[in-house]
Design a protein around this ligand. Structure first.
Ligand SMILES: NC(=O)C1=CN([C@@H]2O[C@H](COP(=O)(O)OP(=O)(O)OC[C@H]3O[C@@H](n4cnc5c(N)ncnc54)[C@H](OP(=O)(O)O)[C@@H]3O)[C@@H](O)[C@H]2O)[C@@H](O)CC1
Length: 190
């Protein structure tokens, strides 16, 4: 994604867990990048961290919407921060309908960490959403090995000892620079 302008509407779809928390942060950043952001966040939690993230969005006068399909019809891009690696089983309401709608959407989808509804280990269940852009966090998950869209790696700041312990083999070591995201679309195919 590039810088937006006030005519570019980004629909931020936010799930109930930490992937959704990433989505609330992304909504704030997109606002500051110049996007006109609206947030669909149907299952809010009471945890203070999420309350505070919402407070920050309210301070920016970012709208929260209940009508996902209506908001989608006005959007230029949709960000999928519904489920990450904590997803399992069959999708429950209201996200079953949301993911069904996203399967047929014509505007670009940008997914956070894992496309929602995909298994963290096994990937696309076959009829899953097909995001145009994926931002994996810390390390790409096994389930996105066969993902073919534009793929970035974020979450750069993993302590080296932890990366070694977890066996992370990410391009950061050789990449250098000060970017917080690196394009790994080709790297995964090597
Ligand atoms: N170090 C880290 O941990 C880092 C984590 N990070 C981020 O956190 C993400 C993982 O967060 P997470 O563990 O909270 O899980 P997440 O994917 O948000 O889903 C849990 C929620 O989904 C729900 N739910 C599950 N299945 C469902 C279903 N079938 N149908 C409907 N609902 C279902 C489940 O509901 P419950 O089962 O509790 O009712 C719960 O509310 C990770 O991908 C990355 O984005 C990064 O910021 C980097 C550091």
């Amino acid at each position: 994604m590039t810088n937006g302008n006030n005519d570019t509407e980004a629909l931020q779809s936010v799930g109930p867990g930490n992937n959704g928390g990433d989505g609330l942060v992304a909504a704030r950043h997109l606002f500051h990048f110049g996007y006109n952001v609206v947030v669909y966040y149907p299952k809010k939690t009471d945890k203070p961290i999420y309350q505070n993230l919402q407070k920050q969005l309210h301070a920016l006068h970012i709208s929260f919407v209940d009508d996902f399909t209506g908001a989608l019809s006005k959007a230029d891009v949709v960000i999928d921060a519904i489920f990450g690696f904590g997803f399992n089983g069959n999708v429950r309401a209201p996200f079953d309908t949301v993911l069904d709608v996203l399967k047929n959407v014509k505007i670009p989808i940008a997914a956070v960490d894992i496309p929602s509804g995909w298994s963290v280990e096994k990937g696309d269940p076959g009829n899953g959403i097909k995001p145009d852009l994926l931002v994996s966090l810390s390390a790409p998950k096994r389930g996105v090995e066969k993902y073919t869209g534009k793929h970035f790696l974020g979450g750069r700041f993993v302590p080296p000892d932890l990366a070694d312990e977890m066996g992370f083999n990410t391009p950061w070591k050789s990449h250098g620079g000060t970017e917080q995201c690196v394009d790994i679309s080709q790297w995964l195919k090597l």
